[in-house]
Design a protein around this ligand. Structure first.
Ligand SMILES: *Cc1c(COP(=O)(O)O)cnc(C)c1O
Length: 451
C-alpha cells in the first residue's frame, strides 16, 4: 500500500480530457463504503457475481477504481498487488497499452455492426494457429454460453443426451452443468442450485477428476448414452489441480472407445498454461474446445470450436441453432487479437519462472512457520491449499482448511496483496508481475503464516 494516495492522484491526472478529469474527481469523493451500501440495495448480495462478496474470507470487498500492470487501486486510494487478474483474462496485467488501444480503435470505428468484421477473422485465425484441433470455431459472449453451445453440438453429433463432468469442475452456470453428486459417484446427479430442474440435472453424470475407474464405471452404467465428456484439463475452479500423468490421454481413449466426444473446457487454461492451452502442454487432442477469458483480452467473450465436421453442424451451416447479438464484438475481438499477438514463448517461460518462485517461496515460508500447506500449480496459475499433500480430486480439495485460508487472505490484504477471495480459486500471475513482486508476496506470506 505504498503511496496509495499519490498513485491514485497520478492515475487521476493521467486521464486526459476535462470530462474524464471531472468524473475522476467526483468518483474520488464517494468512498468505497458508500458504494458498497448502494450496491447492497441494488444487487443480490451487493454483487454481480457471487465470489466478489467476500463471504468466504470476510471483510468488506474492495471497490476497485482502476488497475495498471500488476496493481489495482480501490476508490479510497488503497493500492494492491493483484493476483485476482479478473479471474483469468488478464495474462498481460491491467490496462496493457496495446490491448486497450486495439479495443478503443474498434469502439471509435463505430462497432458493433451485426456483421462480419476484420478483428473476428484475425482472432479466429490466431486461435486456430495456436490450437490446430480447432479447425472451425464460433465466437459467443461468455464461457457459459460457449459450453452450452459446445454440448449442444456434441449431443447433435452423437444423438445422445447425457454429459459426463467431473466433481469440482466448473463450466459456467447453465442449468445442466450446475449438478452435484447424487447418491454416489457416477450416478445421475442432483441440482447444485435452486431453480435447476431435476430432469435437467439428471442429464449430467459425475465422475471423479484424476480417477479413470470412475469414468469407466460411468460409461458402463450409461452405456451408449453419454454424448460428451467435459473436463477442465487442469482444474482451476476447485483450486489448481494438475492431471496425473496419463489421465487426459486415457480420457481421450475412453471417450473415443465409448462413442463420446471429448470436450476440453480451456476457458482458463487456453493461452494460459501454454499458448496452445492444456492440449498443447499435455499433447492430448480433444474433439471440441471451449475458450473464453484470455481470448477477449479482458472484454466479454467465449468461443467453441473443434473438428470441422462437428462445428459445421451449427447454423446456418447445419441444424444446431446458436446465435448472439453481440457475438464477435469488434472491441472484444480486437482486444483479444492484440493480447494473443504478445503471447510468445519467451513470455510463457517467464511466467513459468515467476510461478515456480512463488510456489517455492510459499512452501518454504509455510514450512518455516510450521504450517502444513501445499501448492497446486501449472505455469502461472496456482492455489495454496491448507492441506498437505496437494489434492488430486474434489474430495481432497474439500479437506483443505478454508478457515485458515480466510485468515491468510485477510493478513495478505492488510499487507497490500489481493488474493482471490476463496480457498478454491486460482491465483493468476501475469506478465506484469516481477520477481520483486513475487519476493514481496513471499515476505507478506511469511508474516501471515507466522501470525
Ligand atoms: C470462467 C469459466 C467458465 C465460464 O465463463 P464465463 O465467461 O464466466 O461465463 C467456464 N469454464 C471455465 C473452466 C471457467 O473458468
Amino acid at each position: 500500500m505504498t503511496g496509495a494516495a499519490d498513485t491514485a492522484q497520478t492515475a487521476g491526472t493521467a486521464q486526459a480530457a476535462g470530462t474524464a478529469q471531472a468524473a475522476g474527481t467526483a468518483e474520488a469523493a464517494v468512498t468505497g463504503a458508500e458504494y458498497l451500501r448502494r450496491a447492497a440495495s441494488l444487487f443480490p448480495g451487493g454483487v454481480n457475481s457471487p465470489v466478489r462478496a467476500y463471504r468466504a474470507v470476510g471483510g468488506d470487498p474492495p471497490v476497485i477504481a482502476r488497475g495498471s500492470g500488476a496493481t489495482v487501486t480501490d476508490v479510497d486510494g488503497v493500492e494492491y498487488l493483484d493476483y485476482v487478474g479478473a479471474f483469468g483474462p488478464l495474462i498481460l496485467g491491467h490496462a496493457h497499452p496495446a490491448v486497450t488501444a486495439a479495443a478503443v480503435a474498434e469502439l471509435e470505428a463505430g462497432g458493433p455492426f451485426g456483421a462480419t468484421t476484420p478483428p473476428e477473422v484475425e482472432l479466429g485465425e490466431a486461435i486456430r494457429e495456436a490450437m490446430p484441433s480447432i479447425e472451425r470455431l464460433r465466437f459467443v459472449s461468455s464461457g457459459t454460453e460457449a459450453v452450452m453451445s459446445a454440448l449442444r453440438v456434441a449431443r447433435a453429433a452423437t444423438g445422445r443426451e447425457l454429459v459426463l463432468k467431473f466433481e469440482g469442475g466448473y463450466h459456467g452456470h447453465s442449468d445442466g452443468l450446475l449438478a452435484q453428486a447424487g447418491s454416489g459417484l457416477a450416478t445421475l446427479s442432483l441440482p447444485a442450485s435452486a431453480g435447476v430442474p431435476s430432469a435437467i440435472a439428471a442429464q449430467t453424470v459425475l465422475a471423479r477428476y484424476n480417477d479413470l475407474a470412475s469414468v469407466e464405471a460411468a460409461f458402463q452404467r450409461h452405456a451408449g448414452r453419454i454424448a460428451a465428456v467435459i473436463v477442465e484439463p487442469v482444474t482451476a475452479n476447485m483450486g489448481v489441480v494438475a492431471p496425473v500423468p496419463g489421465f487426459l490421454e486415457a480420457l481421450c481413449e475412453l471417450s473415443a472407445r465409448n462413442g463420446a466426444l471429448l470436450v476440453f473446457d480451456e476457458v482458463i487454461t487456453g493461452f494460459r498454461v501454454a499458448r496452445g492451452g492444456a492440449q498443447a502442454r499435455y499433447h492430448v487432442t480433444p474433439d471440441l474446445t471451449v475458450l473464453g477469458k484470455i481470448i477477449g483480452g479482458g472484454m466479454p467473450v467465449g468461443a467453441y470450436g473443434g473438428r470441422a465436421d462437428l462445428v459445421d453442424l451449427v447454423a446456418p451451416a447445419g441444424p444446431v441453432y446458436q446465435a448472439g447479438t453481440l457475438s464477435g464484438h469488434p472491441a472484444a475481438m480486437a482486444a483479444g487479437a492484440a493480447a494473443l499477438r504478445l503471447l510468445g514463448a519467451g513470455l510463457y517461460a517467464r511466467l513459468e519462472r515467476l510461478g515456480a518462485s512463488l510456489e517455492a517461496g510459499l512452501v518454504e515460508a509455510a514450512a518455516a512457520a510450521g504450517r502444513r500447506v501445499s501448492v497446486g500449480r501449472v505455469g502461472s496459475i496456482l492455489t495454496l491449499f491448507f492441506r498437505d499433500p496437494a489434492p488430486r480430486d474434489f474430495d481432497e480439495v474439500r479437506e483443505a482448511d478454508a478457515h485458515a485460508f480466510a485468515r491468510f487472505h485477510r493478513a495478505m490484504r492488510a499487507s497490500g496483496i489481493l488474493l482471490p477471495p476463496a480457498s478454491q480459486e486460482a491465483w493468476f500471475v501475469s506478465a506484469a508481475h516481477t520477481e520483486a513482486d513475487v519476493a514481496r508476496t513471499i515476505e507478506a506470506a511469511r508474516e501471515a503464516f507466522e501470525r
